[in-house]
Design a protein around this ligand. Structure first.
Ligand code: SF4
Ligand code: SF4
Length: 322
């Protein structure tokens, strides 16, 4: 039996982009495969939950778990992986902060099921059937995992050793984390494995940002032709750079798209609150109502300021109860 370190990858509630990061290691994946045994990776290899269950506790050197936790199946496997792993890394923004799936916490399960299975204009569901945890078909009992009322971040359900946000994390960030884990150079437990500074510090448009930056209006990207050299905020386009952790090498901005904040906040910060403070500080308000005019033009404030971080924010998992 191989005595190489064992690595596992698992996805919970996510889009699959974090698994793509593993594939995007390109030829570096050959180094990873040479250095470790990948013992559990249901997305890419034919492994069963029973294989995982049969392993010794702590046998896996490091597990990368991506995705938020929305169902009882995801919670069960996350707990099992925790038991079997010496180190667990919350991999990607959904695992770290709830990510896009956590925006569903603005609604409850009843709202979501009604919309998805009953009210959506593209549905044909004359019987008004919604998923049940247990049902009987032709004398057979069928079961589905429980769909929780809340989307949880990973450390709401298990102890997490390290965090690597990103939607998805970059292959370079993953390669560095694997190397650090194998060489035993990981920082203190609980650390985020990325620089603790804001994206603006690295962004090459930062120098174009005037010291006395002010805006009188907020524009959607489709309403203006964004200057590819100038800071987005200085152009009145919301860019989450001031409230977002560095570490992605800003591919969006290089593609003339503003940052939407996928790497989450820097330590101890609430991403949305920090961004609202940044915008509040640059609105050019000369008369009463100017601030309201600008703010009211911000589309979908919760989705703009907390697109990836709602579960870890000061808003928490609050929702409108009917
Ligand atoms: S606000 Fe956006 S475009 Fe401006 S410096 Fe920061 S990251 Fe760059
Ligand atoms: S620029 Fe912003 S949205 Fe784009 S990858 Fe980086 S952190 Fe994510």
């Amino acid at each position: 039996m191989s005595d190489k370190p064992k690595v596992a990858f698992y996805w919970c509630a996510s889009c699959g982009g974090c698994e793509e990061t593993v594939i995007d290691l390109d030829e570096k994946i050959l180094d990873v495969v040479a250095a470790v045994d990948i013992v559990f990776w249901p997305c890419a290899m034919d492994m069963k939950y029973s294989d995982l269950k049969a392993m010794d506790d702590g046998e896996i050197t490091v597990s990368f778990i991506n995705g938020a936790v929305r169902t009882s199946e995801q919670e069960h496997i996350a707990k099992l992986l925790r038991r079997k792993s010496a180190t667990v890394i919350a991999f990607g923004s959904c695992a770290v902060m709830g990510g896009i799936p956590a925006l569903a916490n603005l609604k409850n399960k009843k709202d979501i099921f009604e919309r998805a299975y009953l009210d959506s204009p593209t549905n044909v569901n004359p019987g008004g059937v919604v998923p049940q945890e247990e049902s009987e078909v032709d004398g057979y009992k069928l079961t589905l995992p429980e769909f929780f009322d809340t989307v949880y971040k990973l450390d709401d359900v298990i102890d997490v050793d390290y965090y690597m946000p990103g939607c998805p994390p970059t292959p370079e960030n993953l390669a560095n984390a694997v190397q650090s884990a194998l060489e035993g150079f990981l920082p203190a437990k609980g650390s985020v494995l990325l620089p603790d500074k804001s994206l603006c510090v690295s962004c090459d448009r930062n120098e174009s940002k005037p010291d006395d930056i002010t805006i009188s209006q907020v524009y959607r990207l489709t309403e203006v032709q964004a200057d590819p050299e100038k800071c987005f905020l200085a152009q009145g386009i919301i860019c989450m750079g001031p409230a977002t952790r560095d570490g992605c090498d800003y591919p969006c901005i290089k593609g003339n798209m503003p940052c939407t904040g996928c790497f989450g906040p820097v330590s101890e910060a609430d991403q949305g609150a920090r961004m609202i403070a940044s915008i509040g500080g640059i609105i050019n308000a000369e008369k009463e109502g100017d601030i309201a005019d600008v703010v009211n033009n911000i589309p979908d404030p919760a989705g703009t300021f907390y697109r990836y971080s709602l579960s870890s924010s000061i808003l928490g998992n609050q929702r409108k109860e009917k």
